[in-house]
Design a protein around this ligand. Sequence first.
Ligand code: CAA
Length: 260
Amino acid sequence: MSYETILVETRGAVTLITLNRPKALNALNTQVLADLTQAFAAFEADPAQRCAVLTGSGEKAFAAGADIKEMADKPAADFFLEDFFAGWTSDLVKKVRKPWIAAVNGFALGGGCELAMMADFIIAADTAKFGQPEIKLGVAPGMGGSQRLTRAVGKSKAMEMCLTGRMMDAAEAERSGLVTRVVPLADLLEDALKTAETIASMPTMAAMINKEMINAAYETTLDQGLLHERRLFQILTATEDKVEGMNAFVDKRAAQWKGR
Ligand code: CAA
């Protein structure tokens, strides 16, 4: 399948998706959303694919935000009537049950930062810069930044970043818990793909359920989350991979996963 604005390739059980509008610093327009939605749906539907990596083409940007040129002359009523950004904030993330990683290779601003935060976790290049500079355009985050950034780095830092529009460098992003680790730009893709391969080598249902459990922590009370976790754990005990994984441990041999 070919796409207008992204590149998609498979490497074993890992799908690599690259935002590919380098001249516009990979700005996110309606076509990018359509392409990403289709690519993630194909990833989700293919049982041979078990983890994905999303990155940006070029060395400068992961994505410098929603496409300002697409929004500049759009009438306000159209934003409302089209429910602009709805596809980004709900459909794209919630329909992907398999794990995926954002490999942030430069600017991740506005919608770019928001898209990275939709990933299950972020690995950042030492050149990465994160920010929600929408205020400088007279607006505010629209793809989840006010919610996900606040949950990731806390109210004080999220508030300061959104109110001043300042960028956070990779070191600060790691200190603040926004990214899992920082690696040199030259090593970013290799590191992200290797991590994705490790995840892809795990039993599929256990990976999907670990993801679901952790995401539930954002959306519920502690009591409900603990119950949800316990029930999902109990469901996993019904899988062939649970029997194999525990027997392999007892027999002191490597597990042979079946993915079910
Ligand atoms: N939308 C459309 N085009 C963009 C863009 C964006 N978000 N960001 C960069 N570009 C384009 C520029 O217009 C420029 O195109 P031309 O060569 O045709 O002029 C090209 O990418 C290169 O950009 P610059 O010349 O500006 O590069 P720079 O190195 O001088 O600056 C930058 C880099 C600091 C990232 C700067 O491009 C910038 O500030 N970009 C906008 C960042 C921003 O405001 N993002 C938020 C967008 S709104 C949003 O995302 C809403 C939401 O919540 C979803």
